[in-house]
Design a protein around this ligand. Structure first.
Ligand SMILES: NC(=O)c1ccc[n+]([C@@H]2O[C@H](COP(=O)([O-])OP(=O)(O)OC[C@H]3O[C@@H](n4cnc5c(N)ncnc54)[C@H](OP(=O)(O)O)[C@@H]3O)[C@@H](O)[C@H]2O)c1
Length: 229
């Protein structure tokens, strides 16, 4: 993985698993400093020791733990979700986003420069790009998940616009654990089909690092991520 031109300090929420864990690994490979909030009750494998990694133990709903995580950072990456189907019914993203907003409010103006939220396709403007069958099954299988992500995006946009902080909401369709390919399609509008719906967690993390953080693209918008069909 190529080293970053400018080392950043990034606060990560959801770094113990999934997209967040990929983001932690790739950020360290690029030479960034990371502060990662991990729940003490996490059943995920512990993050490996690294000189650029600080682990803060706590919950994303706890403002003091969140504040401790973000206070030395300039970028916030939030990839918190319910995890496995057994945890469905627990929709944590909007509550975590609001707790982060409250903590950012306690920092001096200009301290946090960018906030990135991993959301999901099928909300906002991407709703019309999602096939009716997928919308129906998404609403039927996990109805509150979409409401939670919509509320998280709203909280992100409203807060960042008010505070003059750059924001991006990433909307992957269906995630998988394939190896990093660096081949994906990013757009504010993408028709989701059976052929492009899957995208790798590693590629979502790569996109965030390469295009949002390194190249400073896609500021103040929501972007749908799919694989190249
Ligand atoms: N699965 C899909 O196909 C899909 C599609 C589109 C978008 N998404 C969204 O993409 C994001 C990443 O999904 P993923 O499947 O890669 O990851 P994931 O396996 O859902 O990981 C969720 C992360 O959130 C953490 N977490 C949950 N509640 C927390 C809390 N209260 N405080 C601190 N940490 C908390 C978990 O920590 P623990 O280790 O403690 O559990 C874990 O690290 C999620 O927002 C998900 O909803 C998923």
């Amino acid at each position: 993985m190529e080293k970053s031109q400018t080392q950043k300090t990034i606060a990560v929420f959801g770094g113990s698993n999934g997209v967040g864990r990929q983001f932690v690994k790739q950020s360290l490979d690029r030479g960034h400093q990371l502060r990662v909030l991990v729940r003490p009750t996490s059943k995920s494998k512990a993050l490996e020791h690294h000189p650029n990694l600080t682990t803060i133990y706590g919950d994303a709903f706890d403002r003091s733990a969140v504040l401790a995580t973000i206070q030395l950072a300039s970028i916030i990456f939030l990839s918190i979700g319910p995890g496995s189907f057994s945890s469905m019914g627990n929709y944590p993203t909007s509550k975590a986003q609001r707790t982060i907003n409250e903590a950012v409010n306690e920092l001096p103006e200009g301290h946090i420069r960018k906030m990135i939220l991993v959301s999901v396709v099928g909300i906002g403007s991407s709703c019309e790009d999602t096939p009716a069958l997928m919308q129906f099954s998404g609403n039927w299988l996990v109805p509150k998940l979409l409401d939670d992500k919509r509320a998280a995006e709203d909280a992100l946009k409203e807060f960042c616009t008010f505070k003059n902080i750059e924001w991006t909401a990433l909307r992957p369709a269906i995630l998988n654990n394939c190896n990093l390919t660096r081949k994906y399609h990013a757009s504010e509008h993408t028709k989701i089909t059976m052929l492009n719906a899957m995208v790798g967690r590693a590629d979502v993390a790569y996109f965030a690092l390469e295009e949002l953080i390194e190249q400073n693209l896609w500021a103040n918008t929501s972007v749908t991520l799919t694989c190249c069909p």
